[in-house]
Design a protein around this ligand. Sequence first.
Ligand SMILES: [Cu+2]
Length: 283
Amino acid sequence: MKNQNIVVVVLAVLAGMLLTVWGMFAVGDNMPRGVTEFSREAYDLHMIILWICVVIGVLVFGAMFVSIYLHRKSRGVEPAQFSHSTKAEVTWTIIPILILVVMAIPATRVLILMETTAGYEMDIKITGYQWKWEYEYLDEDIKFISSLDPASDAARQLNSGIDPATIDNYLLEVDNPLVIPTDTKIRFLITAGDVIHSWWVPELGWKRDAIPGLVNEAWTEVSEPGIYRGQCAELCGKDHGFMPVVVIAKPRAEYEQWVAQQKGLDTSGYAAAGGETEQATVN
Ligand SMILES: [Cu+2]
């Protein structure tokens, strides 16, 4: 290979690495920043570690390509004859250890934050079933099943003749969404009634396995009202792809209205409160 060709290959590989990272942002394929303190912490951590990895990647591959180029046989370079270097081994052991320790400090802080459910203001029990979710507001005596919305369900059937592109939020819409108040620390108690599922809403920054016979804990405190979508994230059977999660975060007053409406106390303000989906059943 001619010298110019080698330079082109080296530059192409380095450019390809940087292009991959840039493309991740340009296409929006990165993890979402989310709408909770925890999701933002996790996102920031992910970005810090990503950039550390990019720098390491560029340095390591850069050094490798440069030395391949500068020390190639056609330049008459003689190979070194040593078989062991304590100095080099100590260096390439200590530097990665330091990097790992530096990355572990913020990661541990975020992990502890993730596990700290203390100070929660309300409890919601989530139970996964093939292939739906059950939500139980433990303080409110509200319980309902949330499953794939009928429009998506009809379109997904074999030979349905319905073009999925015509369905809004195809496979990401449910009949009864989980409604939560904003700016409230909510503890989720997550379990399953048959096989292992996993409750996942990317904007909240975490997912938790729903395991029969075991109750997992997680928490959230959503700062921005909105509709957040997710899916079951643990292969749980043939309809695993058809049990989405929809969370609607409403300001406290609108949430209270929704609760009253669920209990049949007051139905007046529901439409005004943004109740665009079907109402849930009350047990
Ligand atoms: Cu599942």
